[in-house]
Design a protein around this ligand. Structure first.
Ligand code: UDP
Ligand code: MN
Length: 258
């Protein structure tokens, strides 16, 4: 239905407003697999009630590819752009972890949200923010679990950090630390895909944003330290894996030239 409506009445809001909105922030950049990644996401998000997809292209201007894809998808969306400064941009030969990826774009998404809600009365502010990279794999349940986040919720993430699963350590429903192997001493040792933030709570912390120069693996910590303490975290989907940090193989196009 949503997909059909998008074609008949472009930009109609087909969201089910009886449940809180999930604002999904997705940085994306051009490469051969981009359309495949975004198509997969579109089809997942079509099945999630009340989701607003904020897509930020890492580019000087928005591309026809992404513009058309979002227009035809049927998910309520906002398309923005923010180019990573050239000196911070990951080169062909750089190790993928050597520079932050998607950081400027996530902040652009956050700034957009602050703008949209500026000056609105508290009873008109609702929803949850989730950072969803374009190559991960998302179950429908993860969205239902995060929807009622009060401040910041956290949950396990599959296929990340050299493990099958990285997860919060939870005792009596309280987060006490992190069950991870790589850099376990990080204050918030979790992946971007493993937490969600309540919009009202986010707006009440004007300093909350991503930092541009941080130690490898500290991006999440840099953001979350503005928002919560460990004790305040809400553990959801305990002992379940509802999102996977999958990574798409670089495609072999050697024969294109031929
Ligand atoms: N990304 C981007 N510009 C870049 C590299 C990555 O906007 O130059 C986006 C990418 O599309 C993804 C997010 O940033 O949504 C994280 O990148 P990636 O998945 O490559 O990171 P990793 O999985 O290695 O952490
Ligand atoms: Mn990724």
């Amino acid at each position: 239905m949503k997909h059909k409506l998008a074609r008949l009445e472009p930009r109609s809001n087909t969201n089910d407003k009886s449940v809180p909105t999930i604002y999904v922030i997705t940085p994306t950049y051009y490469r051969p697999v981009q359309k495949a990644e975004l198509t997969r996401m579109c089809h997942t998000f079509l099945l999630v009630p009340n989701l607003h997809w904020i897509v930020i292209e890492d580019a000087k201007s928005n591309s026809k590819l992404v513009t058309d894809l979002l227009n035809n998808c049927g998910v309520v969306y906002t398309l923005l752009k923010e180019e990573t400064p050239p000196e911070q941009k990951l080169g062909e030969k750089d190790k993928n972890w050597s520079k932050p990826r998607g950081v400027h774009q996530r902040n652009t998404g956050l700034f957009w949200l602050r703008d949209v809600f500026r000056g609105l009365p508290p009873n008109q502010i609702e929803g949850v923010i989730y950072f969803a990279d374009d190559d991960n794999t998302y179950s429908l349940e993860v969205f239902e679990e995060m929807r009622y986040t009060q401040k910041v919720s956290v949950w396990p993430v599959g296929l990340v950090g050299g493990l099958m699963v990285e997860k919060p350590k939870v005792s009596n429903n309280k987060v006490t630390g992190w069950d991870v192997s790589w850099a376990p001493n990080r204050p918030f040792a979790l992946d971007m895909a493993g937490f969600a933030v309540n919009v009202k709570h986010f707006l009440s912390k004007p300093k909350a944003k991503f930092a541009y120069h941080v130690k490898r693996g500290y991006q999440e910590t840099e953001f979350l330290k503005h928002l919560v303490t460990l004790e305040e975290l809400e553990s959801i989907a305990e002992n379940r894996v509802l999102v996977w940090h999958t990574r798409t193989e670089k495609v072999d196009l050697r024969l294109e030239q031929k």
